[in-house]
Design a protein around this ligand. Structure first.
Ligand SMILES: Cc1cc2nc3c(=O)[nH]c(=O)nc-3n(C[C@H](O)[C@H](O)[C@H](O)COP(=O)(O)O)c2cc1C
Length: 202
């Protein structure tokens, strides 16, 4: 069984989402002997934003040599995603949504004919057999019923993205209120780590 672990926080060792995503992977590693784990740090090796040249190349146009390396990186990212049974993602909230590095990854895995297709019934996801677990960290509170709930474009966005490609039940572990104060941060991190340690086995 293959697990793909992604991180996208720019805060390195100070990152909450990195701490929680690592705990999730550790929990699954312990409960699944032989789990094959690969890791991609989307901030250390960022993917370029899509351009018109990328889209033309995807339609079969000859790509400029300057784009070859980047197109190969995009193909590798897609193959890595397709090969994974489980994807664990560290996803901090930056300006109410995911970091642009994670968006650049999503832009490479939502590919017609690979992870979704259009049919007479509309869009159909092709990646449904995967398990996705997301470690979210947010400075404030965005839970149902809170005044800022409408401002969350992180969890709602990722639910939609993964649902679109057929993964209807992505799992989320959240550490919220990280910027409220040190005590709250400690409590939120402890709660998220506890939830990670209680995850169902792979
Ligand atoms: C550039 C930047 C933008 C942020 N924007 C938000 C935001 O819109 N809403 C929020 O609740 N917290 C925001 N925060 C706080 C982070 O979500 C919080 O610190 C979280 O722990 C970041 O995850 P990380 O520790 O894994 O990097 C922001 C932090 C940074 C660095």
């Amino acid at each position: 069984m293959k697990l793909l672990h992604l991180d996208s926080s720019v805060l390195g060792p100070h990152s909450v989402s990195r701490q929680v995503s690592a705990a999730i992977v550790e929990r699954l590693r312990q409960s699944t002997p032989g789990l094959d784990v690969s890791y991609r740090d989307l901030t250390q090796t960022p993917l370029a934003h899509l351009t018109g040249s990328h889209l033309a190349a995807a339609q079969g146009a000859a790509a400029d040599t300057s784009l070859h390396e980047d197109l190969a990186a995009g193909r590798a990212v897609l193959e890595e995603f397709l090969a994974a049974d489980i994807i664990v993602i560290g996803a901090p909230m930056y300006n109410f949504t995911i970091p642009s590095q994670l968006k650049a990854w999503i832009d490479r895995i939502l590919v017609a004919g690979k992870t979704f297709k259009y049919s007479a019934q509309g869009a159909e996801g092709l990646a449904g057999a995967k398990r996705v677990i997301v470690a979210i960290s947010r400075g404030g509170f965005y839970g149902a019923g809170t005044p800022a709930a409408v401002g969350d474009h992180l969890e709602t966005y990722l639910r939609w993205v993964f649902g679109f490609i057929g993964i209807k039940n992505p799992e989320f572990i959240s550490a919220d209120g990280i910027q409220v104060g040190p005590e709250h941060r400690e409590k939120a991190v402890a709660g998220a780590l506890k939830a990670a340690s209680a995850l169902n086995a792979a």
